[in-house]
Design a protein around this ligand. Structure first.
Ligand SMILES: Nc1nc2c(c(=O)[nH]1)N[C@H]1C(S)=C(S)[C@@H](COP(=O)(O)O)O[C@H]1N2
Ligand SMILES: [Mo]
Length: 207
């Protein structure tokens, strides 16, 4: 009796046009940065509520409240990995420690080598979004983003920079690295928002 039901619950539904990828390939542009703990800091800057920049050393960041989220990851090039358990610091936790000014509508998430991705504040503050330090209980490997990567399960994976170094609060939208290079400004996989030519008026700043 319970059989068909449990089989169904194991079946993960993928967004349109995506196929299931076994294993976990490494996908990014450019080299893997070397982690230097003494030079590393995590910064929240831009339009903060108090006008100050907030910084955490690696030791401080590692001591922030830790949560886990089980999430799928959808690469815009049409493969998806499902059911990973990510551990780290919720974006909401960080926002409570370093709140944005009332006029903030978007954020730019910055990574090593100037990689960046922008998103609406509402996407960034989704309760499943987190700055992951771990996957399946293990620290991230260098090529998967050690020490910190962003995971925003409801957006395409390029919206989750690996090797994150900071968050910029913005009072107006600006395009990040891939958003300037032909990818959709919003990037919702369930709506198949893959490319910038699909953007409707109001979905992104002018290219
Ligand atoms: N810093 C950085 N982060 C990045 C990228 C990148 O090019 N640079 N690529 C993104 C893309 S397109 C994908 S699909 C995922 C892949 O994550 P993975 O290598 O852990 O599978 O990382 C994202 N984060
Ligand atoms: Mo991707």
């Amino acid at each position: 009796m319970g059989q068909p039901e449990s089989r169904e619950s194991e079946q993960t539904q993928l967004p349109p046009g995506q196929r299931l990828q076994r294993g976990w390939p490494v996908t990014h542009y450019g080299p893997v940065p070397k982690f230097r703990p003494e030079r590393w800091e995590f910064r929240v800057f831009g339009a903060t509520a108090d006008g100050d920049k907030h910084c955490w050393s690696h030791e401080e960041f590692s001591a922030l409240p830790y949560d886990t989220v089980v999430a799928d990851m959808h690469c815009v090039t049409k493969f998806s990995m499902v059911g990973a358990e990510w551990g780290g610091v919720r974006t909401r936790t960080l926002m409570e420690l370093a709140p944005p000014a009332p006029e903030v509508t978007h954020v730019m998430v910055w990574a090593e080598y100037g990689f960046s991705s922008n998103m609406r504040l509402a996407d960034f503050t989704d309760d499943r979004a987190l700055f992951a330090t771990h996957r399946a209980g293990e620290p991230l490997t260098a090529e998967h983003g050690f020490p910190v990567r962003l995971v925003v399960p409801h957006l395409y994976a390029w919206k989750g920079p690996k090797w994150v170094r900071g968050v910029e609060y913005m009072a107006a939208d600006r395009r990040g690295f891939w958003e300037e290079r032909g990818y959709h400004n919003v990037g919702d996989p369930w709506e198949e928002q893959r490319y910038s030519y699909q953007e409707e008026p109001g979905e992104g700043p002018e290219l």
